[in-house]
Design a protein around this ligand. Structure first.
Ligand code: ARG
Length: 589
């Protein structure tokens, strides 16, 4: 049986046919078959688009080219006929329909018993760093951080599922001159916080932070004292450092509450982690001759980046007062991640607004030889903004940007209202848990199912709808499988040993093909880092399962056992998909 993704197998098979047909007339590059999934299943399962391109090279009619290729396709694999139909369509597409017996055998041998469901397993020694969430200390997380958290977590989960060595990093904003103001403020107005006689939460701290900022701008004395605190903090002076630790702890507690609710694991490695590297990096950049001093600040200019006036845009690595900033820290982070963590791939998830920042930092770290593009791939994964139902930037009624924890809890409340009806016979604890799972999953799914670069509209009603591309709809299909299994109550282990999938009905074949393509979907998602590839896939899977369930009776038919295997496999694929998206399905609905 074949050992690659279906699409890759067909690509090889068609490439062989093209080479055999036109051997000396074309280069081996041109012979690489271009295979895609067919958009419409009644035309075929896969299509080969190569004849059109080859026709231009060979100066022949594309349909004639397709006919010649067709004659040379080896139609047998492992004793199985590969295709039930091969057709030339339109200007010269070759449409391939897989044979049901081949597809059955492929599922039986390659997917059914594989915990990874046919996915291409990654190399355990390859390290992938996924940096996501990254909120700022003394500030609340906002919906932008929510998107980063949800998208980043699902990418990390994907690579974990595929066996890679994944490091999840939270690059929190825990350093900078702003802490001088806050420490100064707490010392003067809230000493009991610093002596730990009183406790406070992040909401209060953010109010004080705003107050401190106001004083800093208005009061010369306050400003001077704040600056002194910055110097104390940077030199590691004890009281300042202690105050900073308290501020970070308060923030950390609030962040943790959200990560726990979302069930997101992440290692904190904030900006402060790189403090000791910054001076060395500026020295090194200076030695390499990259630094230009502009208005007393040390800057690096990267070719091609200009401001609105058309003047070269600098990366400022050291301010005129000697301080470092966001840019310097990111350079240090890249260096550390390549040299110490030995990352093979670095993925950073932030809003689109940071694109220019990374477009400039990346060539600099390459030029400074901190990152070798042959060893480490870098992806800046960006996303658009969350909009309210009024299509304006998401806000609560009071006009403040919605607090994340409130937003998540509201989703859980909405889910509870829906489930109270549906789960009438369950106890309140079960409903509570189910509401939490559905509410949080709905928020995550709504985010992930939108193409991440686009803005999307946040709507509780839409995300919790049982119809359409929602977590609730998928869970509903999933729950259907569980209830068939509950009803028939088969010994699954035994069944897996004694029964095989034997596809017959068109709705079975259509479901089976979808199941076989899970691996292809993950492969695509690992390349372009678009979670909506997987949500679209699961939505199609649910739809195809529902059609199968409508057309093909399971219980009490001669097909019961082999259809149960299809149900079982669908359940497994759903589970794996939900896991990667960070969703927690319900058992009943
Ligand atoms: N803390 C930043 C913010 O809230 C995001 C950090 C993104 N990551 C990075 N390596 N710069 O906007």
């Amino acid at each position: 049986m074949i050992n690659t993704l279906l699409i890759e197998f067909l690509q090889n098979r068609l490439t062989e046919a093209i080479l055999k047909t036109f051997e000396e007339k074309i280069s081996s590059d041109d012979a690489q078959a271009d295979i895609a999934q067919c958009q419409q299943e009644n035309f075929g399962h896969y299509q080969c688009n190569s004849a059109l391109k080859l026709a231009k090279i060979l100066k022949e009619n594309p349909r004639k080219v397709a006919e010649q290729i067709l004659k040379n396709i080896d139609p047998v694999e492992d004793g199985f006929e590969l295709f039930s139909k091969i057709e030339i369509a339109g200007p010269g597409f070759i449409n391939l329909t897989l044979d049901k017996d081949f597809l059955s055998e492929y599922l039986n041998q390659k997917i059914l018993s594989d915990p990874k469901l046919g996915a291409k397993k990654g190399d355990k020694t390859k390290r992938i760093i996924v940096e996501f969430s990254s909120p700022n200390v003394a500030k609340e997380l906002h919906v932008g951080h929510l998107r980063s958290t949800i998208i980043g977590d699902s990418l990390a989960r994907l690579f974990e599922f595929l066996n890679y060595d994944v490091l999840r990093l939270n690059h929190i904003g825990d350093w900078g001159t702003q802490f001088g103001m806050l420490i100064n403020y707490l010392k003067k107005y809230q000493p009991k916080i610093l002596s730990k006689e009183e406790k406070v939460d992040l909401s209060k701290l953010t109010i004080w932070y705003k107050e401190a900022k106001r004083l800093f701008d208005e009061d010369e004395n306050f400003k001077n004292d704040s600056r002194k605190e910055v110097v104390s903090l940077q030199s590691g002076e004890k009281t300042a450092k202690n105050a900073w630790n308290i501020i970070c702890d308060i923030s950390r507690k609030a962040f943790k509450e959200i990560y726990d609710l979302l069930d997101v694991k992440i290692i904190e490695r904030g900006e402060s982690f790189y403090n000791d590297d910054l001076l060395k990096i500026v020295d090194d950049l200076e030695k390499k001759g990259f630094i230009e001093v502009s208005d007393g600040a040390k800057c690096v200019f990267i070719e091609g980046f200009k401001n609105r006036e058309g003047n070269p845009l600098p990366i400022m690595v050291q301010k005129s007062d000697g301080g470092f900033n966001y840019d310097t820290t990111d350079i240090a982070a890249f260096k550390h991640r390549c040299e110490i963590e030995r990352a093979n791939r670095i993925i950073i998830v932030t809003d689109l607004g940071q694109s220019l920042h990374f477009q400039m930092i990346y060539p600099l770290v390459v030029k400074a030889k901190y990152l070798d593009p042959n060893k480490t791939q870098f992806d800046h994964v960006t996303f658009g903004v969350v909009l309210g139902e009024d299509k304006k930037k998401f806000k609560t009624r009071s006009g403040e940007t919605e607090k994340l924890i409130d937003l998540l809890n509201k989703a859980v409340d909405h889910a509870k209202n829906i489930l109270k009806e549906r789960l009438k016979d369950e106890d309140s604890k079960t409903i509570e848990q189910a509401a939490k799972n559905l509410g949080i999953s709905a928020v995550k799914y709504a985010d992930l199912s939108n193409h991440r670069v686009k803005d999307y509209i946040f709507s509780y009603d839409k995300m919790l709808s049982l119809e359409g591309n929602t977590a609730a709809f998928l869970f509903y299909s999933y729950v259907r499988i569980l209830s068939i299994k509950r009803k028939i109550n088969p010994n699954m282990e035994e069944l897996l040993k004694t029964t095989k999938i034997e596809l017959e009905h068109p709705s079975e074949i259509s479901l089976a093909l979808q199941l076989a393509r899970f691996a292809e979907t993950l492969h695509l998602m690992s390349r372009d880092l678009l979670p909506n590839r997987l949500t679209d896939y699961l939505y199609d899977l649910a739809t195809k399962f529902n059609v199968f369930f409508r057309d093909c009776r399971v219980e009490g038919t001669i097909n019961q056992n082999q259809r149960l295997l299809l149900c079982h496999l669908t359940e497994k694929v759903f589970k794996a998909g939900f896991y990667i998206l960070g969703l927690k399905p319900l058992e009943k609905m």
